[in-house]
Design a protein around this ligand. Structure first.
Ligand code: RP5
Length: 163
């Protein structure tokens, strides 16, 4: 989607995170929320990460979703450079199954919050849904879409049959 009108920025530490984070991208697309996706690393591109996040609010971004794995400090670094809400998604890592990413993302010292979601795909999808909920506070049409999504989800569960 066009960068100029983006309301949500999804950043991830590596292209290797995209297989998971495409689920976040797809969920925002489902709700027709204008957004953009970037690879930016807290340690490999620290200056560019700070610049991008520092300029986000001025460009109209309202929520930042940051995904990283391992020593996952991307979400915390993003939060340090903006007062926009930052949602962190811990990536599942090969060695520690994402526990390293989870703890690195969730254990922010007081003063700079990161709203941390679940490890992996569930976190990616829920980050998008939480971003939608934040945006929906001032957009009634988006709130209706979110309620409809919840209704459809409930109906799907209630239709389940077992062998
Ligand atoms: C983190 O290191 C990334 O977010 C990724 O989850 C992890 C591994 O990155 P690659 O070595 O695959 O680029 O910075």
């Amino acid at each position: 989607m066009a960068e100029t009108s983006s309301l949500v920025a999804i950043v991830m530490g590596s292209k290797s995170d995209w297989d998971t984070m495409r689920q976040c991208d797809e969920m925002l697309t489902k709700f027709a929320v204008p957004h953009e996706c970037r690879v930016l690393s807290a340690h490999r591109t620290p200056v560019e990460t700070a610049e991008y996040v520092g300029q986000a609010e001025g460009r109209g971004i309202e929520v930042i979703i940051a995904a990283a794995g391992g020593a996952a400090h991307l979400a915390g670094v993003c939060a340090a450079h903006t007062v926009l809400p930052v949602l962190g998604v811990p990536m599942e890592s090969a060695s520690l199954k994402g526990m390293d990413s989870l703890l690195s993302t969730v254990q922010m010292p007081a003063g700079i919050p990161v709203g941390t979601l679940a490890i992996g795909g569930a976190g990616a999808r829920n980050a998008a849904l939480l971003a939608v909920a934040i945006l929906a506070n001032s957009r009634p049409e988006l709130k209706e879409k979110l309620k409809a999504f919840r209704r459809e989800q409930s109906e799907k569960v209630l239709r389940e049959t077992l062998p």
